[in-house]
Design a protein around this ligand. Structure first.
Ligand code: SF4
Length: 394
C-alpha cells in the first residue's frame, strides 16, 4: 500500500473526562471508579485462585455464562465459555437465555451492549467497574448533543446520518438510533457507510476518527479532503460551517489508545528487522499506518488470516498485545511478532484479572449480585434501534 499524507494530525491526546486508573494487582480497590469490593477481593498471590474460580463456576453451573473478549488476559480467558469480539459476545449472551448471570470479561460499553441484547431476566456483570474504554469515553452524550446543534446551525443536520462504532457508550448508540443512524463494527463499517450514504449526504462518524477515515478513504473511495474532524474540546468543533457543508465525512475526534500508538516508524522498523514480514493491522490504527501496512482487518479477520497462513510465514500484527501473544503461542510454526517494540496492552481491558473474576463468581454463587450493568429503558430502546439497523444492513 502507498502512504497518503493526512490533512489533519491523526493522533492527538485529548484528556478523557474519566481518568485512566493505575493498573496493578495490588491496586487499592477503593481507588477504582465505582467499585465496591468490600474487603474480600482476593490477593493476587493467593495460590488457590484458579481452584476457587473453578469451584465457584461449578457451583453456579448453567446459571452463569462467562464471555471473554479477545483482548483479555490468559488467566481470565481460561474461564471463558466463549471468546470473541464485543458484538459476537453480546449475541452469544443473547443466545443463552437460560443463563441468569452474564459475566462480561471485557469493558463497560460491551457489557452495556450485552444488557441491551439480552432478556430482562438476565443480569450482566462487569467484574471491575473501572474497566472502561478510553475511546468510548471520548464521546459523551452532552458533547454529541452539542455537536448536533452545531450541525443544525450549519444547516447540515437534516442530511447527516450518524454512524456509531460499536465501541461507544449506550448513550451514543441511543443518540444514533434517535437520529435514524446505525451502529457498525470494524467488520461491517463499509456496509454501514454504504447504507448511510443512501439515506443522507453526510455521515457523522463516532467516536473513532481512524476507523471512519480508513473506511471512507480506503473502502468507499472518498478522499481525505472529504473528511473533517469535529473536535468536541473546541468551540464549534473547531470547524467552520463552510467546512461542515463541504464535507462528506464528519469524523469525531476520538481514537483508541492502544491502536493509535502504532506509527509508520514501527511499520518501517519491523520491515527492516524481519525481511519478508507481512504487516497486518487493525483499522483503528492511524491512516498512515494502515496505508503503510500490507493488510488491514478486524480482530476476527486477523485471527482468520493467521489461521490460514502457511507454516514459516512471518507476521507483524498491529493490535492488542494479549491477543498477539496468544496468536503467537497458537501458531508456533509461524513467526508472529507485535508490531511495536513497546509493550502495549489495553490498560482498561487488563483491569479484569483473576482476583476480580473470583470475587465476582463467588459473590454470585453466594447470592450477591455485584457490579451489574443496567441500561435504562429509554436509552435501551433507541440504542437497540441502532443495533437492529446494523443487523438489517444490506
Ligand atoms: S483496545 Fe482500544 S477500543 Fe478496545 S477497549 Fe481498549 S481502549 Fe477501548
Amino acid at each position: 500500500m502507498t502512504t497518503t499524507p493526512a490533512a489533519e494530525p491523526l493522533l492527538d491526546v485529548q484528556p478523557s473526562p474519566l481518568a485512566l486508573l493505575l493498573l496493578g494487582r495490588d491496586a487499592d480497590p477503593n481507588s477504582e471508579r465505582g467499585v465496591e469490593c468490600p474487603g474480600d477481593l482476593p490477593a493476587a498471590s493467593d495460590p488457590d485462585l484458579v481452584e476457587r474460580a473453578r469451584a465457584a463456576k461449578a457451583r453456579l453451573g448453567d446459571r452463569v455464562f462467562i464471555l471473554g473478549h479477545h483482548y483479555q488476559r490468559d488467566e481470565v480467558i481460561e474461564f471463558a465459555d466463549v471468546t470473541g469480539d464485543s458484538f459476537k459476545l453480546a449475541r452469544d449472551a443473547a443466545a443463552r437465555p437460560e443463563a441468569e448471570y452474564i459475566v462480561f470479561c471485557g469493558v463497560h460499553f460491551m457489557a452495556e451492549s450485552a444488557d441491551i441484547l439480552t432478556t430482562e431476566k438476565q443480569q450482566v456483570i462487569l467484574p471491575d467497574l473501572a474497566a472502561g474504554c478510553s475511546m468510548a469515553d471520548m464521546a459523551t452524550a452532552e458533547q454529541v448533543a452539542e455537536c448536533w446543534d452545531v450541525l443544525t446551525d450549519a444547516g447540515v443536520a437534516d442530511v447527516t446520518v450518524p454512524v456509531s462504532y460499536m465501541n461507544s457508550s449506550a448513550d451514543i448508540k441511543a443518540f444514533t438510533g434517535r437520529h435514524g443512524g446505525t451502529v457498525c463494527t470494524s467488520s461491517n463499517a463499509e456496509r454501514a457507510l454504504g447504507w448511510a450514504f443512501e439515506q443522507g449526504e453526510k455521515v457523522l462518524f463516532l467516536p473513532d476518527q481512524h476507523l471512519g477515515r480508513n473506511t471512507a478513504v480506503l473502502q468507499m473511495g472518498l478522499s481525505l479532503e472529504d473528511c473533517v474532524v469535529y473536535n468536541p474540546h473546541k468551540p464549534g468543533g473547531g470547524v467552520t460551517p463552510e467546512q461542515l457543508r463541504a464535507a462528506k465525512m464528519i469524523l469525531w475526534r476520538g481514537h483508541c489508545s492502544v491502536h493509535g500508538r502504532f506509527s509508520l516508524d514501527s511499520v518501517n522498523e519491523v520491515r527492516e528487522r524481519i525481511p519478508g514480514v507481512t504487516v497486518l493491522v487493525h483499522p483503528e490504527c492511524r491512516h498512515e499506518v494502515v496505508t503503510g501496512a500490507d493488510m488491514v482487518g478486524s480482530t476476527e479477520y486477523i485471527i482468520k488470516a493467521l489461521d490460514a497462513a502457511p507454516a514459516g510465514s512471518k507476521w507483524a500484527i498491529g493490535t492488542e498485545l494479549n491477543l498477539v501473544r496468544r496468536l503467537a503461542k497458537a501458531h508456533p510454526d509461524k513467526e508472529i511478532v507485535f508490531l511495536d517494540r513497546t509493550v502495549c496492552f489495553c490498560s482498561t481491558m487488563n483491569r479484569i484479572d483473576l482476583p476480580h473474576l473470583v470475587w465476582t463468581l463467588e459473590s454470585l454463587a453466594d447470592g450477591r449480585v455485584v457490579n451489574q450493568i443496567q441500561v435504562d429503558a429509554e436509552t435501551e430502546k433507541y440504542a437497540k434501534a441502532a443495533l437492529d439497523q446494523m443487523l438489517a444492513l444490506p
